[in-house]
Design a protein around this ligand. Sequence first.
Ligand SMILES: Cc1cc2nc3c(=O)[nH]c(=O)nc-3n(C[C@H](O)[C@H](O)[C@H](O)COP(=O)(O)OP(=O)(O)OC[C@H]3O[C@@H](n4cnc5c(N)ncnc54)[C@H](O)[C@@H]3O)c2cc1C
Length: 260
Amino acid sequence: MNIKEYIKPSHIDEAYELCSKGAVAIGGGAFLHLGKQVIGQAIDLSGLGLDYINESDSHVEIGAMTTLRDIETSSIMKQNFKGVLPKTAASIMGIQVRNVATIGGAIYGKYGFSDIITTLLALDAQVELYLGGCMGLDHYLNSSIDKDIILKILIKKNISSAVFACEKKTHTDFSILNMAAALVEGQLRLCVGARPGRAKLSKGAMYFLKPIGSAAAAGETLSILVAEELQFGSDIRGSAEYRRELCKAMVKKCVMEVLQ
Ligand SMILES: Cc1cc2nc3c(=O)[nH]c(=O)nc-3n(C[C@H](O)[C@H](O)[C@H](O)COP(=O)(O)OP(=O)(O)OC[C@H]3O[C@@H](n4cnc5c(N)ncnc54)[C@H](O)[C@@H]3O)c2cc1C
């Protein structure tokens, strides 16, 4: 990454003004750094007070500039949502990258390999943008919103169980497949990512659970349903067929765990 002009605003209005005119927001810079792109104007978001994790009776709020390491080590995150977000963060690369990469950058990038997006989607997280306001993560991911700034992520405390799983060749590699499941107000939200396409919710799983008896039976039935519903592709990490079979095995494991 080659930056022509670097600006560090101390007020969000100024940062948004610049980004709306095409300047590039810098979160942790970890992913932007990998590219060879020339950035005319880089807007450093680290001076805007967007790095925090707060908790209220109804929600947990995570500032967009909060690093994955902050999430991994946060007592608030460990005490909420069965600690699924610290577990997900800890599965990503090494501590050096987690000390830099931010949750805002992870969401804005909409990366297919993202582990954190898969878990946030299962938890039915909301995203708040400067101009776009507050919306469901699923809606944001499917939108073409651009030139806006992610301010924070909100997660309601209506989650009774949550699990995350990923398959990787090595700990520091991208996932071959990742998965998260959560019980949100009694409804199962099951999400599969690194397909290698971006994380997707299984709509079938959401409307299928109630009639089924034991967790084992649920896992068996849903493993076939989810693997048939979602799309899988091939890349250097695995074939579409391999991912589909892996999905079945991981659904059984995650459904058993989340229903226990
Ligand atoms: C070597 C390496 C390996 C990785 N492996 C994994 C992995 O296995 N699993 C995984 O889930 N993730 C992985 N990641 C990704 C990482 O978790 C982050 O998702 C990624 O680095 C983006 O976060 P960042 O803060 O570095 O964003 P930047 O690099 O700062 O920005 C990324 C994009 O988001 C925009 N942006 C950043 N913050 C905001 C904001 N608040 N509002 C609007 N736009 C914004 C930038 O303009 C840019 O377009 C890896 C990253 C690296 C560098």
